[in-house]
Design a binder for this molecule. Sequence first.
Ligand SMILES: C[S@@+](CC[C@H](N)C(=O)[O-])C[C@H]1O[C@@H](n2cnc3c(N)ncnc32)[C@H](O)[C@@H]1O
Length: 225
Amino acid sequence: MQGAWRRLRRRLKRTCLYGWYRRYLLWKEYRVWRCGGTSSTPHLVKQRVVREYARRSGVRVLVETGTYRGDMVAAMRHRFSHIYSIELDAALYADAQRRFARQRHVTILHGDSGAVLGSLLAEIAEPCLFWLDGHYSEGVTARGEHNTPIRQELEAISRHAFLAQDVILIDDARCFIGQDDYPRLVEVQAWAAARGLGICDVQDDIIRIHRRDLPAAGGRMVSKR
Ligand SMILES: C[S@@+](CC[C@H](N)C(=O)[O-])C[C@H]1O[C@@H](n2cnc3c(N)ncnc32)[C@H](O)[C@@H]1O
């Protein structure tokens, strides 16, 4: 039975129905969260946060680390003029490449984001919105040299010529306790302060780093249930 389901899912991935299937799963996850069935922030809320910062900052380039099934790329494809997403796992990378092959403004890159990000950023001559989410999380996900390449990613971002206008969103803030290769949150805050990025807050399990004078958030609060 499980084998049949896996085969069906593999076929589904090659059709345009796959996007609808993923959206349905994310909507189901959101419903469970709304009803108090789980405490972890659902992907739809994370999408709202990325959208909100795109609007507030006016940044037109999204750089994601950790593509996984391509859910963030799919949700943001009409919001940004270019999207780059880096995935370490070869099969996930190939699936994402196939899924977004027709979207000329989407570039899926294969490799360890800790290593790839530096050369990518040397080519991007405008501010970026970063969605840093490339880490090992069991199942089919890849593990590079570290459980999380976040230190190397921040190091690469430090050298981006547009750092002062970049917006950096880091998922899974709860993991930043100094274990399993994750730095402590205070280390990330010190990194941001040392680079003149005045805001380093946490909300909805997302670390948000940017300059102080970003226009205020308008509209709905994303964390309210
Ligand atoms: C939590 S998932 C990403 C979810 C995705 N960003 C989204 O919002 O839909 C983490 C992904 O990071 C990938 N990954 C793990 N280590 C990585 C690394 N060093 N470089 C790039 N990707 C990595 C995993 O294979 C997995 O697909």
